[in-house]
Design a protein. Structure first.
Length: 124
């Protein structure tokens, strides 16, 4: 899956424009990767489309491992300029698209490091 397809999938699932989906996807992935161990974050980034992976990889910052879904929604809302309800739907769409774009064991390993409320967002 390339970057255009990734953003298109998120846009369709979340009911957003492609531009909104791109902004939301970047912000969501940055927020999620910051909450993972370094090794798991690296694995996730390796399975993202190249340019998107590069953007997420460049995002340093302090790990925020102890924050929950609400904190992530606020962070993504501020970065992407979207309402919280749009961000919530967007996070579901990003995680569903990740499920399609990478090996299940990579996403499962990442989700195991996040609070349960994140795992509950991922469709089976």
């Amino acid at each position: 899956m390339d970057e255009r397809e990734f953003f298109g999938s998120v846009a369709e699932r979340a009911g957003l424009s492609r531009e909104e989906a791109a902004d939301l996807t970047r912000a969501s992935l940055q927020a999620l990767v910051q909450r993972l161990s370094e090794g798991t974050a690296r694995e996730v980034v390796l399975h993202l489309p190249d340019r998107l992976g590069d953007e997420v990889r460049r995002t340093g910052g302090t790990p925020s491992r102890h924050s929950g879904l609400s904190d992530v929604e606020i962070q993504v809302s501020e970065r992407a300029g979207l309402r919280r309800d749009e961000v919530h739907a967007g996070l579901v769409a990003v995680l569903a698209t990740m499920r399609e774009a990478m090996p299940a064991e990579v996403l499962d390993k990442a989700l195991a490091q996040l609070p349960r409320e994140f795992r509950d967002l991922v469709p089976d």
